[in-house]
Design a protein around this ligand. Structure first.
Ligand SMILES: Cc1cc2nc3c(=O)[nH]c(=O)nc-3n(C[C@H](O)[C@H](O)[C@H](O)COP(=O)(O)OP(=O)(O)OC[C@H]3O[C@@H](n4cnc5c(N)ncnc54)[C@H](O)[C@@H]3O)c2cc1C
Length: 427
């Protein structure tokens, strides 16, 4: 089977490592077989190797070919769902445990980058900007809540006047500045994780799509040219799972999200767009998110679609969202446009779980996967090694099942998504 190259993107054009790993041929015995070489699978492999397990990763395409090589690179604190909602839903103690795991996720990303010397433009800070009156009004209380209840001191409120000094982005009346957040080059982070996993002794096969697996004491995982016999299995395919595992497919919804990269901008213009090199995200239902690249391009994400097909003109599709926020970029050339598929859950919290005593999965990070998928790898390694406590904190959050299950979930969801994105547009 032919493995596919990375999609054409600014990330692929600036990848700093070329990994040409062979496909699986013949039979391999291993302690743990991992399906998928994105952050979930690669972090699982690194953490398991640290514990002494032999690990074999099977990737249908290339390392970082999926969402891990195409995303916005924002590394947010906490969880995708905000703390006050988690408190109402799950109670204060569980909300606090989830907040701590969210902070640990960011630390894990930074720790792996430092420990394995991964060159991926790691930077600090996120401005979360709000446009609707109610959202702006809620910001000071959100900040105070995190400071008082969680003792978190890396976040502060930014009023409209200060925000104007920090960014020329239009349409926002207030923000929070969270200096605990990071941002990075996502594909170089994924490639660096793979290099670290290989150096630690993991085997990674590219161009090796898993076609089926058996369960039981010994698991057999089949590709078209080989098979892996393992004691444990980790399914880490997220938005690209397709029909491989029908038992979990109804818990996630694949969503396409899109990005563009402008031409390199002058230093003056770049500093006007984002003064302090933070990442920026807004509070719309379909989030717009952006940051600068090392060579002063604006990397802007916006717009979603819910069918399999990507728009024919991705650059034009995303540019309209960008121009609403930065009309001054009307004359800037758009050099790259690309899309990727992520997985969301009904409740926007990730879905971690067991399919049997020795088969595990984690997916559905709902747009917060750079930190949480990295953390998932650590927790998957823990549960495989016999310590289930922290994995179960995540697995215990009911992420929900899409009505209609695997096959019928599309129409209702698409209608719902379109309704909320329309509400964004009409304010
Ligand atoms: C455009 C975009 C922007 C985003 N922005 C952000 C952001 O700024 N911050 C953030 O935190 N999150 C963001 N996300 C989400 C984030 O990228 C994902 O949550 C994260 O990368 C998921 O990692 P993963 O390893 O679970 O999945 P993936 O990286 O998608 O990897 C899954 C892998 O499984 C492989 N696979 C699938 N089926 C098989 C099979 N049968 N056999 C073998 N291999 C298989 C695929 O080829 C793929 O490489 C964004 C996503 C997109 C698409």
């Amino acid at each position: 089977m032919q493995n596919q190259s990375h999609v054409e993107s600014w990330y692929a054009a600036t990848a700093n490592l070329q990994l040409d790993l062979p496909p699986l041929e013949g039979a391999v015995d291993t302690d743990v077989c991992v399906i998928g070489a994105g952050y979930t699978g690669l972090s699982t492999a690194i953490h398991l190797r640290q514990m002494g397990y032999s690990v074999t990763v099977l990737e249908a395409n290339r390392v970082g070919w999926g969402a891990s090589g195409r995303n916005g690179g924002h590394v947010g604190t906490g969880q995708r769902v905000d703390q006050e909602r988690l408190e109402q839903w799950l109670g204060l103690d569980r909300a606090k445990a989830l907040w701590q795991l969210g902070l640990e996720a960011v630390e894990t990303v930074c720790g792996l980058i430092e420990q394995h010397d991964i060159d991926c433009e790691l930077k600090r800070g996120n401005l979360h900007v709000a446009s609707k009156t109610a959202d702006i009004a809620a910001l000071p209380a959100e900040v105070e809540h995190l400071q008082k209840v969680y003792g978190y001191d890396q976040i502060r409120y930014v009023d409209a006047a200060e925000l104007k000094q920090m960014t020329s982005a239009q349409g926002f009346g207030g923000a929070t500045l969270n200096t605990g957040c990071r941002h990075l080059h996502p594909l170089n982070y994924a490639l660096g994780l793979a290099r670290a996993a290989l150096a630690a002794g993991a085997r990674i096969y590219e161009g090796s799509r898993v076609l089926s697996y058996t369960e039981g004491g010994q698991i057999t995982v089949r590709t078209d040219r080989g098979e892996v016999r393992a004691r444990f299995l980790v399914v880490a395919c997220n938005g690209y799972l397709e029909k491989l595992e029908p038992r979990t497919a109804g818990r996630i919804m694949p969503i396409n999200n899109y990005m563009l990269a402008t031409e390199p901008l002058s230093e003056e213009l770049a500093r006007r767009l984002i003064r302090d090199d933070a990442s920026i995200s807004d509070s719309q239902f379909v989030i717009n998110y952006w940051k600068l690249s090392a060579d002063n391009r604006l990397l802007f994400g916006g717009g979603e679609s819910y069918t399999r097909r990507f728009p024919a003109d991705i650059k034009g599709f995303v540019r309209k969202y960008m121009l609403r926020i930065y009309p001054e970029l009307a004359d800037s050339r758009i050099e790259y446009g690309w899309g990727g598929t992520l997985a969301i859950t009904l409740k926007r919290m990730p879905d971690f779980g067991r399919l049997s005593a020795n088969t595990f999965y984690a997916h559905g990070y709902s747009g917060h996967g750079v930190p949480i998928a990295t953390l998932a790898g650590k927790l998957l390694a823990e549960v495989i090694s016999g310590t289930a406590e922290r994995f179960d904190v995540m697995a215990g959050v009911p992420a929900g099942q899409f009505p209609g299950g695997t096959l019928l979930r599309w129409p209702g969801l698409v209608a719902g998504m379109l309704f909320y994105s329309l509400r964004d547009r009409i304010g």
